[in-house]
Design a protein around this ligand. Structure first.
Ligand code: NDP
Length: 434
């Protein structure tokens, strides 16, 4: 039996996980509330930025009628979105790229993943550029159909979430049912594939392809609309688009690092991740670029340089810390970190916990880097409205909550060894502060 098998088979490990799943995100009531609150929140942010003058609270400029009308989905938007999903799925299935193995599963085997994100991204860029250049697909189409897209993606997520529930329950032999709502919200299968095991990996696909690439198309669409309206691209819009593009390019450059993250290794795939990846990320992470279409903060070259520097610091911290853990977990033999052999804590479970490099600074320096980058792409919007700061505020909450969930899971999994690790690496996210 592998260490992970023992952990899952042990009555306390299994019970802890089921208990955690049942109480995660407020249990049944919380899951149910979020099923509606997340789509409503996505639409509300769209309302604020497009129909409320960029303010967080409804004011005199609020145009509820136009907002409601813009949300009505059309067959055209549904068809375009469906074509986008199929196109990205075909790329994941057939675009060239190396095949790598994931971390060991409960039964000791490893799933294989085709890491073809870079070629998929490149092919997408060529196809979109051809569509835009030929006039077949004007970039502003996304801006014009944004409200419809929110509705279409939400409806798709509700429907596909149902498929994930049924398929997950049918194909995941070790799943302990936690009730329909929890299983629908958090998922029933950890690695749903069609066909199971060897087939198309649904979680890795939805985690990155349609949503992350889509996010960049969304911000480019906003930039195109700004150029149309104002005749040029503002410095602030340029900085926001550039930093968000760096984030997405970084993901695809180091794509295989996704395999050692919480989402891919441990989370089940249900509505929450699906909606987050398909709607929440592209529609709300693009809020700053959306805001900048009609707002022109006075961003000096010095301020722009500061934002770029902060963003690059964030992305380096995020990427280098994620890579340190990824390399340590994938192939620790002879691994050097900052010129010295990697230090770690040996656990009775069998896994090792890295305590050198960024992992000696805090237990999640990667979260700090990610947050700094988000702050850097919000600052160019200036300080006239709180709306562009929705992302860093929400994201701080998400990361704190995520760290707590992970801490609870690891404490149950590693027991005293986790306590030892926490004594050695004292800070949770921000060294010296938190
Ligand atoms: P991590 O990549 O930090 O993975 C956590 C897991 O790593 C733990 O469950 C544990 O798994 C293992 N681990 C923990 N400590 C150590 C250690 N010292 N040495 C070795 N392994 C360890 O977390 P996430 O998956 O949450 O985050 C990955 C990245 O994704 C982050 O940079 C985060 O900022 C980003 N992210 C971005 C989001 C967004 O919306 N923009 C949302 C969520 C995440 P095990 O049980 O295997 O030991």
């Amino acid at each position: 039996m592998t260490a992970d098998q023992q952990d899952r088979a042990s009555p306390t490990g299994g019970e802890t996980r089921v208990r955690q799943a049942r109480s995660d995100f407020g249990g049944v009531a919380g899951n149910l509330a979020l099923l509606f609150a997340l789509p409503i929140g996505t639409a509300y942010l769209y309302f604020c930025v497009r129909f409320n003058g960029g303010d967080l609270l409804p004011g005199t400029e609020a145009d509820l009628g136009a907002f409601a009308q813009s949300l009505t989905p059309s067959w055209e938007t549904a068809a375009v979105y469906f074509a986008w999903l199929v196109f990205q799925a075909l790329l994941q299935a057939f675009a060239p790229g190396p095949t790598v193995e994931g971390t060991p599963l409960e039964d000791g085997t490893r799933l294989r993943y085709r890491m073809n994100g870079r070629s998929s991204l490149l092919i997408t860029a060529v196809v979109v550029a051809a569509g835009v250049g030929s006039g077949l697909f004007p970039l502003r189409w996304i801006y014009d159909h944004f409200g419809e897209l929110i509705s279409v993606i939400t409806l798709f997520s509700y429907g596909f979430g149902l498929f994930l529930l049924i398929y997950g329950r049918a194909t995941e032999p070790r799943h302990t049912p936690c009730g329909v709502i929890v299983d629908y919200f958090l998922g029933a299968a950890r690695h749903p594939r069609i066909p199971p095991v060897t087939g198309f990996d649904l979680k890795v696909f939805f985690e990155a392809r349609p949503g992350l690439i889509g996010w960049i198309l969304v911000v480019f669409s906003f930039a195109a609309v700004q150029i149309e309206r104002q005749g040029s691209l503002s410095t602030a819009m340029f900085v926001v688009c550039a930093l968000q593009l760096v984030y997405v390019l970084d993901y695809f450059w180091y794509e295989s690092a996704i395999l050692t993250t919480l989402d891919v290794q441990h989370e089940k795939f249900g509505w929450m991740l699906l909606f987050g990846d398909l709607a929440w990320v592209p529609m709300t992470y693009s809020l700053q670029a959306h805001y900048l279409i009609d707002h022109a903060p006075d961003l000096s070259i010095g301020a722009a340089a500061f934002c770029v520097l902060l963003g690059l610091t964030g992305v380096m911290l995020f990427r280098l810390s994620n890579l340190q853990k990824h390399r340590f977990r994938s192939d620790p033999k002879g691994l050097q970190i900052w010129g010295k052999p990697a230090e770690f804590i040996e656990t009775r479970h069998g896994n090792r916990l890295l305590v050198s490099g960024f992992w000696g600074w805090s237990r999640h320096s990667n979260y700090l880097g990610d947050w700094l980058l988000g702050l850097a792409w919000s600052l160019p919007c200036g300080f006239q409205s709180l709306l562009p700061y929705f992302y860093p505020i929400y994201f701080a909450g998400l990361l704190i909550h995520r760290e707590r969930r992970d801490h609870e899971r690891c404490a149950a999994k590693y027991g005293e060894d986790w306590d030892r690790y926490c004594r050695r690496v004292r800070w949770r996210i921000v060294p010296g502060l938190y």
